[in-house]
Design a protein around this ligand. Sequence first.
Ligand code: MG
Length: 203
Amino acid sequence: MKFICIGRNYADHIQELKNERNQEPVVFLKPDTAMLKDNQPFYLPDFSNEIHHEVEILLKICKEGKYIEPQFAHRYFEEIGLGIDFTARDLQNKLKAKGLPWEIAKAFNHSAVVSHFVPLERYPNLYNLNFRLEVNGQIRQQGNTSMMLFDFATIISYVSRFFTLKKGDIIFTGTPAGVAPVAIGDRLQGYIEEDLFFDFQVK
Ligand code: MG
């Protein structure tokens, strides 16, 4: 399986990183070795001093497809979850400044935290979903899917032009404002509405 991730999909987050608003989705991949699931602890890697959390809604792809039209995109995911796109911000900034690809800052081992998944029916309106990240019991990031620049259907349609979607692939749909470094001992809890999706520690 692969992770397909969308960057710069919430205006407030684009602002906080002083990025430009993009006309098309910003896309990058993570390999299956990036997966961190079952509330396993996240171990801070030795190659960065600034690992940021980015809480994001996840879509799980349920069948193979490419060149999917937006109006049919809903047929390709039946479950959603919540995750964290861990980012080595110091590495990313260094690479960005040189105009180089920032893959290693995003796709490293255990950089993709994945919760359990629930059927879409759990949430009648996918485009008005509140989600948040709490760090040590304090709200750090808060978002609502109505604030996405590119909605789920647009994302699926766009990325499937370049990458064949396969059953089991997971899409990270972008993070709202509030990204910040994590530290050893932090406890990270993620919620969609009032449902707890993940709860793990940084070590
Ligand atoms: Mg992200």
